[in-house]
Design a protein around this ligand. Sequence first.
Ligand code: GLV
Ligand code: MN
Ligand code: MN
Length: 427
Amino acid sequence: MIVSAMSQPDTKPYPDTLEINAARLLGRIESFAKIGQGPGGGITREGFSDADLDARAALIGEARACGLEADVDAAGNILIRRAATGPDPAHRKVLMMGSHLDTVVNAGRLDGVYGVLAALEVLQVLAESGTDLPCEPVAVAFANEEGALFPQPFWGSMALAGRLEELPAQPCDHDGHSLRAPLARAGGNLDELESAVWPTGSVAAYLELHIEQGPVLERAGRQIGVVDAITGRAVLTVQVTGASGHAGTTPMDHRRDAMVAAARMVTAVEHASKEDGLCRVATVGRLETQPNSPNSIAGTARLTIDLRDTDPGRLERVEATVRDAIRVIAEQTGTRVDYLATTRSTPVATAQELRAAITRSAEELGLTHRTLPSGAGHDAQMVADIAPIGMIFVPSIGGVSHVPEEDTSPADLVSGAQVLLRTVLRV
Ligand code: GLV
Ligand code: MN
Ligand code: MN
């Protein structure tokens, strides 16, 4: 499926002189960092928010300005390609590369958008140099990878990979607003998600360039990470319903306090990983209570639970254990629990051939490298359902991510994009 150079890593059918335009790439990263940036420097560009729509429009504008075609599928994914060149694209498989534009709340400037802008840059270099490949290169910006506002992480890549039955029929944000209108504003269509699905075999390979988001490469003093596996994850959005009331007059034995129930759930989640070792990491990152007033008992609470492990069996077991603990806590506190959304991604391995191609590309460029697993989730793990995947990491300064301080040196950003270009030429 992956042709020529992958099985003969020393063959170089394309010029070694092709290079990405470093100033253009870094300039675009700078300008996208301003979209959704708050006064403290953090970026909030939750999927399908106004800021995300601005970033999407900017990407489409950039692509079209350099003569590329940009379209939005029904799920809201942006697909960028060259105007038809070489062999009829309809008869070529696609070599897809990209990531996501949306962010978490108060994010850094690189998670996701770096991979999208590098993919655009690679496409532009191929177009400018008139380089034709056996596969048609396509850059993609997947919609709502983070699930920060609409709690359906990997929304766009799940649709593209055909996991429609796992997506909610009526997706809503944390406040119950439907995704229908924001998706339509982004150019998608909730009633036509089927049309966003790519069949197995239509994508020869998917490559995602991303910041590491952890400390491994920096500590090891390596410039390029070759990802061998991506962690699995279960994300549960839980609503706890108790009874609101007066903080001064409601006796302690007459309470159904949603705040207390949620607090116990938070510690149960931590316990499952930290004390019982049931999964690698477990987090409650979002907790919202109503009415959230100092002298009122909380009537409702909503929390998101994020469980991760590289072993699917362990992931299943920890989810079952956490659900049991939540049921018991609800009974003890007289509260009711509803699961509003659940997204599961299985741990996946990257394709050996693509790992070899990335490694070889790094070596040709004189870059140090090492193999490592990804503790963060990525659209690649959804695309893995329909295509071989490869992931390239660059070092994260201080190993931090999902915070405004998230950063990577310009030299490493450029090196990562060079490796992406060279890997695209190889496969
Ligand atoms: C995705 O960004 C994740 O939380 O791993
Ligand atoms: Mn992220
Ligand atoms: Mn990301």
